[in-house]
Write a protein that binds this ligand. Structure first.
Ligand code: ADP
Length: 356
């Protein structure tokens, strides 16, 4: 066997989708252990994804190429990537330098959760490169079940844990950092939902999610948010079970507005809304009340709006947005099946999401 054929020299490629939270993860009880203040629940996306290839290299320095550019370990915020490689090596007890190549098929750092897809793909491809295994069953035999992989991913970026599964995913905070659970509550086939992402700005956010999580504890509204979280989780569980889009929509809008109210009243105050964000959500509500728009909004840590709707209504809603907001840029995405992992590079080509 020549050197290139040795399993330890293979490269491994993971694709991981972003996810859109219906109940947001906001505030951490323990930043080091990534223990969230409340349960969160999300829908895994399909087109908005990251592709990451990792291989072992000689030497003692990791190399990271992002979107074709080699990034140094001391540049914020990429140091998180290098820190995560360190963490994974320690967890697996395999000390090898790695070369990572990654790209996102959608805009980075503006509230479409590239950190979720980015750290899920990084975790998967790195674990495969370190262990030499890429099949879910083989990894599970090594103690790396999908849930364990989700917990490893969340240590890089909290919401990345939810991107380890497809469909609808619940991240339970539990009574202690060790008691957290991340699990799929229903597969993508359960309910064909779509996410129309309205890109109002693709500039990177002014305040990182990490800093905003910290600021939440200073908000007088935060205790009320935490007190209401368990009943909202219950409500969304039954909405998903019963395919109740109206009730689900109300819950996700309330959750997003509540999260942003906490951010805006935090210490320091963090405002992710642009004037256009407010205008757009006012329009969504009035059109819906008029019976013209069967869609409900949610907004992550950024100015951009996600409109959640049933897939059969995407064409109608897109046409409606375009006729009122002709300059808007939309990404049409939908519920998806979760990450993939393979040996080598991807054979099929994956193009960037296109704007409608
Ligand atoms: P977003 O709303 O896109 O999640 P964040 O600021 O929360 O914005 O996260 C963006 C950060 O996530 C980036 O600055 C980078 O550290 C990380 N990230 C994004 N894409 C990748 C990737 N493909 N691989 C590794 N890390 C990534």
């Amino acid at each position: 066997m020549n050197d290139l054929m040795k399993p330890e020299n293979y490269s491994f490629t993971a694709t991981a989708p972003s996810n859109i939270a219906f109940i947001k993860y906001w505030g951490k009880r323990d930043a080091e252990l990534q223990w969230p203040a409340n349960d969160s629940l999300s829908m895994t996306l399909s087109a908005c994804k990251t592709i990451t290839t990792v291989k072992r290299i000689d030497g003692d320095r990791d190399v990271f190429h992002f979107a074709g550019v080699t990034v140094s370990s001391d540049v914020e915020p990429s140091h998180k990537v290098f820190r995560h490689l360190q963490f994974l090596r320690k967890e697996l007890n395999i000390a090898r330098a790695l070369e990572v190549e990654s790209r996102n098929l959608f805009p980075t750092g503006c509230g479409v959760a590239s950190s979720a897809s980015g750290f899920a793909a990084l975790t998967l491809a790195t674990v495969a490169a370190l262990t030499g295994h890429h099949e879910w069953g083989q990894l599970s035999v090594l103690g790396l079940s999908r849930e364990r992989l989700a917990h490893l991913a969340r240590r890089g970026s909290g919401s990345a844990g939810r991107s380890m599964f497809g469909g609808f995913v619940h991240w339970a905070a539990g009574q202690s950092a060790d008691a957290q659970k991340i699990e799929q509550i229903a597969p993508a086939s359960h309910w064909q939902l779509a996410d129309i992402v309205v890109i109002l700005s693709d500039k990177e956010k002014h305040t990182s999610s990490t800093n905003a999580h910290q600021a939440a504890w200073g908000s007088p509204l935060f205790p009320a948010r935490l007190a209401g979280a368990p009943s909202r989780i219950e409500a969304i569980f039954s909405d998903i079970k019963e395919h109740n889009i109206e009730s689900l929509g109300q819950e996700i809008e309330n959750d997003a507005l509540e999260m942003h109210a906490v951010a805006m009243t935090g210490t320091p105050q963090v405002n992710y809304f642009l004037p256009e964000t407010t205008k757009f959500i006012a329009w969504v509500r009035s059109e819906r009340l008029a019976g013209n728009l069967p869609a409900w909004f949610t907004i992550d840590a950024g100015p951009n709006i996600h409109l959640i709707c049933e897939s059969r209504n995407v064409a109608l809603i897109t046409a409606k947005i375009k006729s009122t907001w002709p300059k808007s840029q939309l990404i049409i995405d939908k519920i998806g099946d979760g990450p993939t992992l393979k040996q080598g590079l991807l054979s099929e080509s994956h193009s960037e999401v296109h704007y409608v």
